[in-house]
Design a protein around this ligand. Structure first.
Ligand code: COA
Ligand code: AMP
Length: 631
């Protein structure tokens, strides 16, 4: 490949320090770094050591100082409450400074953790920025998780305070957050000192005397806090993501490298600049929400759209087009599942005719593999480039993308295009040897990873090493499998572990299995991800009952479904399970989940040579046919 991208990319690999030092000029520093890339403790790398910054200052205050105070920073668009509200950079800074003051008044200081358990309202973004302003480390927990998951995160992060709201709104349903929060705090061994709760008009939560405080009251009496300089390498946030067990991984993000990479990405990957309107239709509980609803657009001086609604049903499949035209969105970023939902409800994209979509220049998709059908449908209907890009919670920004801001490369359906600057992606075999072009293997990134990526897992360096660095020494193992074609285009095909992707949400089948095994009648179990036309994958459970259990299977199955909803949350979308006599295993006792998945999806499969008893596979196929799979 030749051209502008190739030239810039090559420099990002051959002169990492020069490349990222140049990009760091886009950020304001209290003190510049001593070293751009600190490799003194490899394989743990740090970016911009010695530097001092503040992320909130860069996201808000400096734009006001540069004359953008009256520009919209955040547009809150909530069809579920019939609200559209705009906050200028000045208004946003004032709200955030007061909230930061309220946090400070309740004892939160630099390095303290604050959990944010909130719906898609502007106060959630303000909460994140308020923490950043005083150097506190936030950890946002997605609203669709149950109390048990929240409790696990409380125990790991040990927050001094929790910020929450009285409710979330899912379509027409009001979801009370306070009972979930109270239950989580009761379950957790660690107890936060205080809760500051934002009362929404749709629900008035009961506050516990001496622990819970009203957001509006606290902010009204607080003195605004100024930005506190922190080390570039200090954590900005912890974001928990699914691992292969029920214990989530606390991905840590630093301040300096994170800002440099996100700010760089806005121009070079998304081709947006200060003043442009950028919309990531995701949730602040996910990494996409952290990076591209809150931090990146604000760091770049854009206007970010925060949308509290769904792609369909709020009120119809024209919702996205309404938001684009009303707010003059230049770039939209969402998950393919959202477009599958729109395509399902409005296959001819008839709703589009009602809106002026001329502001939209590109659509970016991520979170799961983009099926070429959906991608082409979006491209044909919108008439703009549709760009699939690949990333993970761990990486914070894209590993692979079409670098539209540098040069729009030809789109190949099914590929998120090429490695982003700073990423040296290789396909390795099981022994860690690079594979030739076209061969499928493990996708791994040569160390050091670029700025903005995880420096470690929260207080768990051992797990960081064992999860990502040990499989292929000198590389970060992404956990994804794929290949690179003759033109250098990367294809991401599947996970190499038991993580599944449901509606763009990353879930651990291991965590669901831990819940199922907790049922009194279950002897053993397996959960696999089966293909779903809308959500990409759905979890499906298999349970083997303890001998002597005579209760009706239906009752047991409803109980396990309810347990997953109660212990992991509705977002797991675990709605189906079946009883089988036994599970297919290797001779060493490993459950053959991949083979089960192939049978369920009706794909051809080879009976593994290591299987203990091949006669089980037809039994599994039979059980799957009875519930509508294995066709
Ligand atoms: N708080 C409480 N409950 C939540 C929630 C939240 N923040 N988010 C989701 N849920 C619930 C939903 O109400 C649903 O509950 P139900 O089983 O009672 O119906 C369940 O969790 C599953 O949610 P979801 O997977 O979102 O399914 P859905 O049927 O409500 O909507 C889509 C399907 C495709 C429209 C929806 O998943 C979507 O818009 N996805 C966009 C993808 C996205 O934002 N991905 C983030 C990564 S980029
Ligand atoms: P998450 O950490 O929730 O962002 O999920 C990350 C995982 O989602 C990746 O490891 C991939 O398995 C999958 N993923 C994200 N983006 C893509 C993409 N563009 N193509 C294929 N898979 C993707």
């Amino acid at each position: 490949m030749t051209g502008r991208y190739q030239e810039i990319y090559d420099r990002s690999i051959s002169d990492k320090e020069g490349f990222w030092a140049d990009a760091a000029e886009g950020i304001s520093w209290y003190r510049k770094w001593d070293r751009v890339l600190d490799d003194s403790n490899a394989p743990f790398y740090r970016w911009f050591t010695g530097g001092e910054v503040n992320t909130c200052y860069n996201a808000l205050d400096r734009h006001i100082e540069n004359g953008r105070g009256d520009q919209a920073a955040l547009i809150y668009d909530s069809p579920v409450t019939d609200t559209v509200q705009t906050f200028t950079y000045s208004q946003m800074r004032d709200e955030v400074a007061r909230l930061a003051g309220a946090l400070h008044a309740r004892g939160v200081t630099k390095g303290d953790r604050v959990i944010i358990y909130m719906p898609m309202i502007p106060q959630a973004a303000m909460a994140m920025l308020a923490c950043a302003r005083i150097g506190a480390i936030h950890s946002v927990v997605f609203g669709g998780f149950a109390s048990n998951e929240l409790a696990t995160r409380i125990n790991d992060a040990k927050p001094k305070m929790i910020l929450s709201a009285s409710c979330g709104i899912e379509g027409s349903r009001v979801i009370e957050y306070k009972p979930l929060l109270d239950k989580a705090i009761a379950m957790a061994d660690h107890k936060p000192e205080s809760v500051i709760l934002y009362q929404r008009p749709q629900s008035d939560a009961l506050l516990i005397d001496g622990r819970d405080y009203d957001w509006a009251v606290e902010c009204a009496k607080a003195a605004p806090s100024d930005c506190v300089p922190v080390a570039a390498t200090d954590p900005l946030y912890i974001l928990y993501t699914s691992g292969t067990t029920g214990q989530p991984k606390g991905v840590v993000r630093d301040n300096g490298g994170h800002m440099v990479a996100l700010n760089w990405s806005m121009k070079n990957i998304y081709d947006v600049e200060a003043g442009d309107v950028y919309w990531a239709a995701s949730d602040v509980g996910w990494v996409v929400g952290h990076s591209y609803i809150v931090y990146a657009p604000l760091l770049a001086g854009c206007t970010t759209v925060m949308y509290e609604g769904k792609p369909v049903g709020t009120p119809d499949a024209g919702a996205f087009w309404r938001v684009i035209s009303q707010h003059k969105v230049k770039v939209l970023f969402t998950a393919p599942t959202a477009f599958r939902a729109i395509k399902r409800d409005d296959p001819k994209a008839a709703h589009m005719a009602n809106y002026d979509l001329s502001s939209l220049k590109a659509l970016y998709l991520a979170g799961e593999r983009s099926d070429p059908d959906t991608l082409q449908w979006a491209e044909n209907s919108l008439g703009v480039p549709v760009i699939d890009h690949w990333w993970q919670t761990e990486t914070g920004w894209s590993i692979c993308a079409n670098p539209r801001g540098i040069e729009l490369l030809p789109i190949k359906y099914g590929s998120p295009t090429v490695a982003a600057c700073g990423w040296d992606i290789q396909v390795l075999d099981e022994a860690g040897k690079p594979l030739e072009r076209g061969k499928i293997g493990a996708l791994a990134a040569k160390l050091p990873l670029p700025p903005g990526t995880l420096p470690t897992l929260w207080q768990n360096e051992d797990r960081f090493k064992s999860s990502y660095l040990e499989e292929f020494p000198g590389f970060y193992a992404t956990g994804d499998a794929g290949f690179i074609d003759e033109d250098g285009y990367i294809y991401v095909m599947s996970r190499t572990d038991d993580i599944i992707n449901v509606a763009g949400h990353r879930l651990s089948t291991g965590a669901m299995e831990e819940v199922l095994s907790g049922h009194q009648d279950v002897a053993e179990c397996a959960v696999i991800g089966v293909h779903d036309d809308l959500k990409g994958q759905l979890p499906l459970g298999f349970i083997v009952l303890k001998s002597g259990v005579t209760r009706p299977h239906d009752a047991i199955l409803s109980e396990v479904v309810a347990m997953v909803r109660d212990q992991i949350g509705p977002v797991a979308a675990f709605k189906q399970a079946t009883v089988v006599d036994r599970l297919p295993k290797t001779r060493s006792g490993k459950i053959l989940r991949k083979t089960m998945r192939s049978i369920a999806d009706g794909e051809s499969y080879n009976t593994p040579a290591t299987i203990d008893d091949p006669a089980i596979l037809p039994e599994i196929a039979e059980a799957l046919k009875e519930i509508g799979y294995a066709k």
